[in-house]
Design a protein around this ligand. Structure first.
Ligand code: NDP
Ligand code: HSE
Length: 432
């Protein structure tokens, strides 16, 4: 097979970038033999030239001048794994406008400025590929863009943040504290530089925005996503959830529904929820992710695998690089297509069962007062457990499916009852 040289510029050489250089070096000959592509990394942009990267490339390839790499006419393809919105956005736009294909793992950027970048790629007829931006090493972006392009997708639900899943797994299975588990996730290269981006649900929010955009063909941004994180989940919540036959997972949900007026509405949310131990999502532990796709024609699909970490993510980036390099040879690029503005589902109309954890005075008649508040707001109780704590008691409720609007008015009323000391946790519950 005749070989074609493709010169690559790499922006960023941290967890993902360094693993990519390693993988590309290991696989260079095999890829060249199978595809005819002779891939070489010509230049790498970093912030700190003195850091030891332990990668098999000479010091001369490193620079702090990212723009010089993008503007270098010898470079055909740019890989962006530096993170953050700027300067990544400007550099990618410049590369696309110069007719270079781009591969990125940057979900934060795509969830904020995806439409602008997709159209720049389309105008230049080059690729902007981003398999690694959602669920690390799991192929989910390409299936949504290509294999499922004609599927009427109704719902996508899953665990799409490795760091929070790792923390919750370590807390529940090994009794490790939140802070200790987060430290481990950082050391293992799962967490973002600013870990609040993972812990408070922003990362999963960006990913579900990208998923909803691809699945429903509308421009969903991070700002359209309601997100909650796991920072308020306590060891006690995990213990009670286990006693009730559940575990706690940070879930992301994208859905499309037809409302009562006959128009289509899209929802995209991230929240911690109680998941029955018998549910397949309960078996997704550590930094693993899983994504369930439901469509009218295909039924249900499940994608599962490592959702974070340098090497799994580098694998997804590498696949995109080979695809984009091949497309450069054939002079065509993959398109996202036209994106409409979404009509988002009003959150107050969403329904689910809820878990509530209340501290109350331990006196006769308290339970009746509390139960009456639920009834007044039309929220039906499915189960209740009580645990004594001296002069106070802990009440754990699971409700039947209730509208968020009704549930949050119930909480307001409970907070104003003198016998209720505090409503400590409120979490959604998903069914089997
Ligand atoms: P790191 O923080 O480990 O690496 C970032 C790299 O970019 C570093 O080499 C840093 O340089 C360089 N860099 C940052 N800003 C600049 C700048 N302005 N100019 C030049 N170089 C810069 O991040 P990760 O490798 O973990 O993540 C990279 C991207 O991949 C992010 O968008 C992340 O969200 C995404 N991602 C990460 C996954 C993971 O599991 N880690 C999984 C999926 C996606 P220096 O080394 O000198 O500091
Ligand atoms: N910080 C991200 C996570 C990396 O933990 O899932 C993968 O996108």
């Amino acid at each position: 097979m005749k070989s074609s040289s493709i010169c690559i510029g790499l922006l960023g050489c941290g967890n993902v970038g360094a693993a990519l250089v390693q993988l590309l070096t290991e696989q260079h000959e095999s890829v060249k033999r199978r595809t005819g592509l002779d891939l070489s990394i010509e230049a790498i942009a970093v912030k700190d030239l003195d850091k030891d990267r332990s990668i098999p490339l000479p010091d001369e390839v490193f620079t702090t001048d990212s723009a010089s790499i993008v503007n270098n006419p010898e470079i055909d393809l740019i890989i962006e794994v530096m993170g953050n919105i700027e300067p990544a956005r400007e550099l990618i736009l410049q590369a696309l406008n110069l007719g270079k294909s781009v591969v990125t793992a940057n979900k934060e950027l795509l969830a904020a400025h995806g439409a602008e970048l997709y159209s720049a790629a389309e105008n230049s007829g080059v690729d902007l590929l981003f398999e690694a931006a959602v669920a690390g090493g799991i192929p989910i972006v390409r299936p949504l863009r290509e294999s499922l392009a004609g599927e009427p997708i109704t719902q996508i639900r899953g665990i799409i943040n490795g760091t929070t899943n790792f923390i919750l797994s370590r807390m529940s299975q090994d009794g490790v504290s939140f802070d200790e588990a987060l430290k481990e996730a950082q050391e293992l290269g799962f967490a973002e530089l600013d870990s609040t981006y993972d812990v408070e649900g922003y990362d999963a929010g960006a990913k579900v925005a990208i998923i909803a955009t691809l699945a429903f063909g509308v421009e969903v941004t991070s700002q359209d996503v309601q997100h909650e994180g796991i920072s308020k989940i306590t060891v006690e919540d995990i213990k009670f959830a286990n006693q009730l036959g559940h575990c706690i997972k940070l879930l992301a949900v994208a859905e499309q529904k037809v409302n009562e007026n006959g128009s289509s509405e899209v929802g995209a949310r991230v929240y911690p929820a109680l998941v029955p131990l018998s549910h397949p999502l309960a078996a997704v532990n550590g930094s693993f992710n899983a994504v369930f796709v439901e469509g009218d024609a295909v039924g249900e699909l499940m994608f599962y695998g490592p959702g974070a970490g340098g090497r799994p993510t580098a694998s997804a980036v590498f696949g995109d690089v080979i695809d984009a390099a091949g497309n450069l040879q054939r002079s065509h690029g993959a398109l996202i297509g036209a994106l409409d503005k979404p009509n988002m589902i009003p959150p107050e109309n969403l329904e689910s069962p809820f878990y509530l954890n209340l501290k109350v005075e331990d006196q006769p008649g308290v339970l009746a007062q509390v139960a009456e508040v639920f009834g007044d707001h039309g929220v039906s109780i499915q189960s209740m457990e009580q645990e004594g704590m001296g002069s106070e008691a802990r009440l754990i409720f699971i409700t039947h499916s209730s509208r968020e609007k009704d549930l949050f008015s119930t909480i307001n009323s409970l907070n104003s009852l003198s016998v209720v000391s505090s409503v400590d946790s409120v979490l959604r519950v998903i069914g089997d």
